[in-house]
Design a protein around this ligand. Structure first.
Ligand code: GDP
Length: 551
């Protein structure tokens, strides 16, 4: 037929946009991104190492160990920061396996636990909850789980250290179900634990994977012996009481556990559970294989323009973490961006939603194991590190198409409170500047006393290290020596009804009223018990929230 130039152009444009959509869909389908949540010492470093080993990113486990050794003492951390910058691996690791590109977002633990740990979960599509099977649920796991719940992340549970005496598996599942109101689906089931740990029964394939103590301490991949679940030799391998217990428990599981409903897994209401021993490389490969099958690919994000799918043709993303001084040679600051849609390209120009300014993304970095290398492209689910000093704040949206913004990342309930003081009046200006810049960067939260005589800001943190970082940076970047004075509160709650709600109830006992950086009322309590007591005595105050979104 006769096609006009316009028609031809329209046809070509449509073909191009179809091709782009198909390309994006293919890239997105390959990607899986997750964060590990756990309490210190549950074995996160060990599991990370083993996942990277199976993922082929490192051939000899141990590469991640340098981090472990260096992060126990805060002083080491500071020294490390000064000498060579914080390892970029502390934010994201990427590895490719079985046709998937996997991004493991690191959630700092131990002394470096801070708000970054929570914010990282804003960039994650899936969470792996790592539990020490000898101990069950622990405080840090509980806190991080709350964030996963709030974000409706699918949660995959790995019960670790089965080579050591463990709690009964049914008891472990029960803890999760009761405390987290999260149903569980054991994908595999342990046979004994500690010295009597025989292996796991893998339910989907009805196989027994036999545990082999690993003399190399798991620095190499181990191929474990696999037998069919009805193999008659199992009776010779497994001691009679354990064998009988296994049969009973498997029957019980068939009766009690709901089917593995993937919709409920994806919505974060049902957690597939795995048992193993990261240190012995046991159960890790089995976990990785199932995880890749169950985990969700990069998801759609809510935005001011509605839901943005990962295949949306324009590049969009948001800043979830800022890290200063990574490279001491030039005091740079890296903004870590979660790509939400479209294709990121080296050198591209984007707009910053907060200011409307155009920014050229000049020095993008790909995050791979222990190296920094320049990244050429990126798709939804990827994390990119940008060197655009001072351009970004936590939660900033960047986009290349029509204007849009992603919701702010919530402030998380701080648990440690200190007045920060500047003993030297001649440093007043630097002090104010430093506090407001570190605040803007999200290094720490700042609250203000309602007492007009108290002009010192209150630093509010979730981890001790945040204070030390603030003091250190106030000294090195703003040349102000500060002092800290602890305040005896441990719980903060935002008054959802605002000042009006507070006025209604009148005088409050056993708490202090302060305001956040946006002037909203926050109550500080000595403990959780005082929170419930206040709610009991003053129901008309309405909701007290542990998290809050910037207005
Ligand atoms: P993280 O603090 O969660 O990163 O924990 P690490 O990976 O550093 O492990 C804490 C300790 O537990 C180390 O001494 C590990 O060797 C040990 N560990 C990790 N996984 C296992 C395991 O499967 N079995 C045993 N027995 N120990 C383990």
């Amino acid at each position: 037929g006769d096609e006009s130039a316009e028609e031809r152009k329209a046809r070509e444009e449509e073909a191009a946009s179809r091709k782009l959509a198909a390309d994006l869909a293919a890239e997105v389908a390959k990607r899986r991104n997750f964060a590990i949540i756990s309490h210190p010492d549950a074995g996160k470093t060990t599991l990370t190492e083993k996942l990277l080993l199976y993922g082929g990113a490192i051939h000899e486990a141990g590469a991640v160990k340098a981090r472990r050794a260096s992060r126990h003492a805060t002083s080491d951390w500071m020294a490390m920061e000064q000498q060579r910058g914080i390892s970029i691996t502390s934010t994201a690791m990427v590895f490719e396996t079985k046709g998937h590109s996997i991004t493991l977002l690191d959630t700092p633990g131990h002394a470096d636990f801070g708000e970054d740990t929570y914010r990282t979960l804003a960039a994650a599509d899936n969470a792996v909850m790592l539990v020490d099977a000898g101990k069950g649920l622990e405080p840090q796991t509980r806190k991080l789980f709350e964030v996963c719940r709030m974000r409706k992340l699918p949660v995959f549970t790995f019960m670790n250290k089965l080579d050591r005496p463990a709690k009964e598996p049914l008891e472990l599942l029960d803890e999760i179900e009761k405390e987290f109101a999260l149903q569980t689906y054991p994908v595999n089931w342990p046979i004994g634990s500690g010295d009597r740990f025989v292996g796991v029964y893998h339910r989907p394939r009805k196989e027994v994977h036999l545990f082999q103590r690993d003399a190399s301490h798991g620095s190499r991949e181990i191929i474990s012996t696999v037998l069919a679940g009805d193999d008659p030799t199992l009776k010779d391998i497994i001691e009679p009481d354990l064998y009988e217990q296994l049969q009973e428990e498997l029957e019980l599981l068939e009766e009690l556990t709901p089917p593995l409903d993937m919709d409920r897994v994806r919505s974060g209401d049902l957690s597939p559970v795995f048992f193993g021993s990261a240190m012995n490389n046991f159960g890790v490969e089995l976990f990785l294989e199932s995880f890749l099958g169950y985990a969700v690919p990069p998801k759609a994000y809510e935005s001011s323009r509605g839901e943005i799918s990962p295949e949306y043709p324009h590049f969009t993303g948001f800043v979830f973490k800022l890290q200063a001084n990574m490279d001491p040679r030039h005091r740079d600051k890296v903004a870590f961006v979660r790509v939400c849609s479209g294709q990121f390209e080296k050198g591209m120009k984007v707009q910053l939603a907060r200011t409307g300014k155009t920014i050229a993304l000049t020095r993008p970095q790909k995050l791979f194991a222990q190296e920094r290398s320049t990244m050429e492209t990126g798709f939804a689910g990827d994390v990119i590190g940008l060197n655009n000093p001072n351009a970004f704040a936590i939660g900033d949206t960047i986009f290349s198409g029509p204007r849009l913004a992603y919701p702010a990342i919530p402030c998380f309930s701080p648990e440690l409170f200190m007045y920060i003081k500047n003993p030297n009046p001649s440093k007043y200006k630097q002090f104010q500047k430093g506090i407001s810049e570190l605040l803007g960067e999200g290094a720490v939260q700042v609250l203000y006393s309602m007492d007009p005589g108290q002009t010192n800001p209150i630093l509010a943190a979730v981890g001790q290290l945040q204070f030390e970082v603030v003091q250190h940076r106030m000294q090195s970047e703003y040349n102000v020596d500060t002092t800290l004075e602890p305040i005896g509160y441990t719980v903060a709650r935002w008054v959802v009804g605002g000042w009006d709600a507070l006025e209604k109830v009148g005088r409050l006992y056993n708490c202090a009223t302060v305001k956040d950086m946006w002037g909203r009322p926050v109550l500080l309590f000595r403990n959780d018990w005082n929170v419930s007591q206040l709610l009991n005595d003053n129901p008309e105050i309405g909701e007290l929230a542990p998290y809050s979104l910037p207005p």
